[in-house]
Design a binder for this molecule. Structure first.
Ligand code: CU
Length: 160
């Protein structure tokens, strides 16, 4: 509760930081600023990122994602293995009660395969997220060249 209040005050004090944010609610979940990094037209894959807050008192789980712009969407995580960063598919991602999970570069992400075409900077495309308890919600993924300011930091680009 204290943490939530602090976040709210931070949001009120720095409106410019959140000016570009767009967000969605489904059940007890709140999904903030879904985005994807603009990729070269020849890139075979893309990744989608967002933050999920769980306001409820029960944990939920992100089970799957789908979008009309890609043939396949998988939930992925990055792991350190043998001194290298690798990514691997995960079956689901737990969203803890009263907590949040960040999908971000070098962390959890939704990986998009078999793209019909790469989205360009400034475009948006729909992504449906299906949660175990909250159900399904369609969000708009905003395509940017760089990580949005609301993410709080900028990561180095990485290739999949
Ligand atoms: Cu991936």
């Amino acid at each position: 509760m204290l943490l939530k209040k602090t976040l709210l005050i931070a949001a009120l004090l720095s409106p410019s930081l959140f000016a570009n944010a767009h967000d969605y609610s489904v059940g007890n979940l709140h999904i903030e600023h879904p985005w994807s990094r603009a990729m070269p037209p020849v890139a075979p894959t893309a990744a989608a990122y967002f933050v999920v807050h769980n306001k409820g008192s029960d944990a939920d789980r992100l089970l799957s994602a789908s979008t009309p712009v890609a043939g396949k969407a998988e939930l992925h995580e990055h792991i350190h293995a043998d001194g290298l960063m690798k990514m691997q598919q995960v079956q689901n991602v737990e969203i803890p009660a009263g907590g949040e999970v960040k999908f971000e570069p070098m962390g959890y992400h939704v990986m998009l395969f078999n793209l019909k075409q790469q989205a360009k900077d400034g475009e948006r495309f729909p992504l449906t997220l299906t949660f175990e308890k909250a159900g399904a919600v369609e969000v708009d993924i905003a395509v940017h060249t760089d990580a949005p300011e609301a993410a709080g930091h900028v990561e180095e680009p990485h290739q999949h």
